[in-house]
Write a protein that binds this ligand. Structure first.
Ligand SMILES: C[S@@+](CC[C@H](N)C(=O)[O-])C[C@H]1O[C@@H](n2cnc3c(N)ncnc32)[C@H](O)[C@@H]1O
Length: 228
């Protein structure tokens, strides 16, 4: 990390952690945090999935419960979210979970390429005000870091409730000819967005967005084989 990025996240810490969360954070984080970004896991797994900005970890916990052979790397700079995830993580899963408690972009610089068979970016901070757009995570520069880490055939799941961000995400991703939109709306117009698709574990941010009457765009892209 010998350079500084514009932060794409809001805060690293909110309220003081309760005793149980503080214990989980202090005792468990050292067991699962990534010490060697060039070799995050000691053993090999058939698939490694990445979740960027996992919040309280609801989605990651559901994926782990439903997919017993995979390993997951979760990236989240927000301490309260990491603590919440760790209080719910089963000891049986410690060996197949790694946490990057930092900005994902520094991990992507280091991790071997390709590494991931799936990546999830669910409700990235929308930064809706024009003057904050430069803080949005999904940009051309970010994709240049993520792209080589995705295996051929890898799936990239993205969801957002912000139409202007969806438009921006689609602009960035459509410029990759080998990245195909397999599921989800091709347009940023919320009128074309469908309800929550089956098989997408809900997240906390999503629940709040839906409860306030917003619509969400759920997209799955696939990295195709390089034919050229
Ligand atoms: C709006 S929240 C959504 C959290 C969760 N995915 C959900 O749907 O409930 C976005 C999360 O992304 C995290 N985040 C933002 N930029 C990030 C980055 N560069 N690397 C890792 N996480 C990031 C933030 O800390 C925040 O917890």
């Amino acid at each position: 990390m010998d350079y500084k990025l514009t932060p794409s996240f809001g805060r690293r810490k909110a309220r003081k952690l309760r005793d149980q969360s503080q214990r989980a954070y202090t005792d468990l984080l050292p067991l699962v945090k990534i010490d060697h970004p060039k070799k995050p896991f000691e053993t090999d797994f058939p698939e490694v999935w990445l979740e960027i900005g996992f919040g309280g970890g609801e989605h990651m916990l559901t994926q782990l419960a439903q997919n017993h052979s995979i390993a997951m790397i979760g990236c989240e700079p927000f301490m309260n979210g990491v603590a919440k995830f760790l209080t719910h993580l089963s000891p049986e899963d410690y060996h197949r979970v790694k946490i990057w408690h930092e900005d994902v972009r520094y991990l992507l610089d280091e991790i071997p390429s390709p590494y991931f068979q799936r990546a999830f970016i669910l409700f990235p901070d929308p930064w809706p005000k024009q003057r904050h757009h430069r803080r949005r995570l999904i940009t051309k520069e970010f994709m240049e870091k993520l792209w080589p880490t995705l295996s051929e055939g890898a799936l990239l799941h993205i969801a957002s409730d912000d139409a202007s961000y969806v438009e921006h995400i689609q602009d960035v991703l459509y410029s990759y000819p080998n990245l195909i939109l397999c599921e989800g709306p091709p347009s940023a117009d919320p009128l074309t967005w469908s309800p929550h698709p089956k098989g997408w574990p809900e997240t906390r941010y999503e629940q709040k967005a839906l409860a306030s009457g917003k619509k969400c765009a759920y997209m799955i892209f696939q990295k195709k084989e390089n034919l050229s």
